[in-house]
Design a protein around this ligand. Structure first.
Ligand code: PEP
Ligand code: MG
Length: 556
């Protein structure tokens, strides 16, 4: 019988297929004793299993490359740690089976790591993964991790970590469903990057039986278990309809009555530009320059290297707008040479613009690289600072831009509630605002963006967040200046319409979301967007705000 489950849709489209679970079961082998003459054979089995798992991790790393390779190689080294292996041998010598000896030796090592300070404690999950792989091999049961399947499937997991997904074959994975995670979790970002439908935060996902057919609607967050033939046909038809509407909607972003809302792309560097151009982005609304700095966290990239990277992005939008954010180091993006290592609360410490004002040489090099990169190009360059708290911050940034001889508009990101509350005073120093709703939610609700347990408060439909967006947009309007959104909120098509109704003047998002936002915006008039925005703000929860907006748009 068909049943319906509800989670959070984070990547659009419909996927229908059989459930395959990510293998994560912790296998506890029975504590049975072996005879002394069996010890040597068991030690050989243990050694073989460890070597095979290490070789497999190295091979997966080689295929994956980049950051995932480093993680997987570190895991391979853990597997072959000589002290751990000596402990396994000792346990077998006194009567353990190979699998039990591995299980117990890893448990002892785990205890040591868990108590050895924050960094090592963070490696416990990697250690558990290695142990599970070795024990699974010894027991002859399926490996934890990505399912081994030649047929396409819907991947169901508790949550997905980068190492789990490094080897996912996009031609086999029809969609994702996870029990944990939120709109900015790794699973959501990965699903959007692969362009497969995904639903996260689905209670009961873990209990879906292997092989059950499910239909995942990544737009509504619904998952249909054992869908009827009618339901499948209906979902496929509406997905096809949506797709057709998407390809039919091209050109600049605008509401049904022609109110223009430029749709811009969020990029991390030149590699993201082709997707932005293909999606019809009207420019770049957020160039996260820290990716250039993350390659080597011991020093800043040279001015020449920066000029080359900036120019490649600027050249892709000859007549368009490119908004470059200066380095946002600290908190979740620490850089060894800039970020203090002893802050009790890094998200509340020296990060973003604060870091740059402490290191004016890094800021001035970046600004002068930007000035050189834009030389001779007709592009509309705009430069903005992350984490502006008040007018003094905004002035310090604008002064630095002027001192670098930058011919660009200078702006401030609104990521701290104080900046939204006093937006007019900040606008005395800069020419535009850009709302970073990810951090604005984090600071408004005192809810760390990296902590899953507080993800409810990271929901960008929260009416308090909408209030701060409205305040900023109204301030910009009163000052005759612009106020865009470049946080994840802009990528939600319905919320994008609500943001437009709140007075936001441009929307910037990951390129894959642009066609969806463009198509949805084109369906409603500005007056409808304004009514939906007012209805959403009149509620007291994210859920009610979404429902209220939906009701306005569907004419209820
Ligand atoms: C934001 O905080 O909303 C934002 C756009 O910046 P980042 O996600 O890079 O912190
Ligand atoms: Mg931010």
């Amino acid at each position: 019988m068909e049943t319906t489950l509800r989670g959070v849709g984070v990547s659009h489209g419909v996927a229908i297929g059989e459930v395959r679970h990510m293998g994560t079961a912790v296998l506890e082998p029975p504590a049975k004793q072996i005879a002394p003459e069996e010890a040597e054979r068991e030690q050989g089995r243990a050694r073989q299993a460890v070597d095979a798992v290490a070789a497999d991790l190295m091979a997966r790393g080689n295929l994956a490359g980049g950051e995932a390779q480093a993680v997987l190689e570190a895991q391979a080294m853990m597997a072959q740690d000589p002290e751990l292996m000596a402990d396994v041998d000792r346990r077998i010598a006194v009567g353990s089976t190979a699998e039990r000896a591995v299980y117990d030796a890893f448990a002892a090592y785990r205890e040591l790591l868990a108590n050895a300070g924050e960094y090592l404690a963070g490696r416990v999950a990697d250690l558990d993964d290695v142990r599970n792989r070795i024990v699974a091999r010894l027991l002859g049961v399926p490996m934890p991790g990505v399912p081994d399947s030649d047929e396409p499937y819907v991947l169901v997991a508790r949550d997905l970590a980068p190492a789990d997904t490094a080897l996912l074959d996009p031609t086999l994975v029809l969609g994702f469903v996870t029990e944990e995670g939120g709109p900015t979790s790794h699973s959501a970002i990965l699903a959007r990057a692969l362009g497969v439908p995904a639903v996260v935060a689905l209670p009961g996902a873990g209990e879906l039986a292997e092989g059950t057919v499910i239909a995942v609607d990544g737009s509504t967050g619904e998952v249909f278990v054992d869908p009827t033939e009618d339901k499948k046909a209906q979902l496929e038809a509406s997905a096809a309809e949506r797709k057709a509407a998407l390809s039919a909607s091209t050109g600049p972003g605008a509401t049904a009555d022609g109110h223009k809302v430029p749709l811009l792309a969020n990029v991390g560097g030149p590699a993201d530009v082709p997707a932005a151009v293909e999606a019809g982005a009207e420019g770049v609304g957020l160039f996260r320059t820290e990716f250039l700095f993350l390659d080597d966290s011991t020093k800043a990239p040279s001015e020449e290297k920066q000029v080359t990277a900036y120019r490649q992005v600027l050249e892709a939008f000859p007549e368009g707008r490119v908004v470059v954010r200066v380095l946002d180091a600290g908190a979740d993006k620490p850089l060894d040479f800039l970020t203090p290592s002893d802050e009790p609360n890094p998200a509340l410490g020296v990060r973003g613009l604060r870091t740059l004002l402490d290191h004016p040489d890094v800021l001035s090099t970046q600004l002068s690289a930007l000035a050189k990169a834009a030389e001779g190009l007709p592009v509309h360059l705009e430069v903005m600072a992350p984490m502006v708290a008040d007018r003094a911050d905004a002035k310090a940034f604008a002064d630095a831009c002027r001192a670098a001889g930058l011919r660009a508009k200078f702006g401030a990101m609104v990521e701290i509630p104080s900046a939204a509350l006093r937006a007019r005073s900040i606008l005395q120093e800069v020419e535009f605002l850009s709302l970073g709703t990810n951090d604005l939610a984090q600071y408004t609700f005192a809810a760390d963006r990296q902590v899953g347990a507080v993800s409810r408060l990271q929901d960008p439909w929260q009416p308090a967040l909408l209030d701060l967006v409205a305040l900023s947009a109204e301030a910009a309007k009163a000052e005759g200046k612009s106020c865009g959104v470049c946080g994840e909120a802009a990528a939600d098509p319905l919320l994008a319409c609500v943001l437009t109704g709140l007075g936001v003047t441009s929307l910037s998002m990951g390129s894959a979301s642009i066609p969806y936002v463009r198509a949805t915006l084109a369906k409603y008039t500005l007056a409808q967007c304004e009514r939906a925005a007012a209805a959403a703000r009149a509620t007291d929860s994210a859920e009610d705000a979404r429902a209220a907006a939906q009701a306005v748009f569907s004419g209820e």
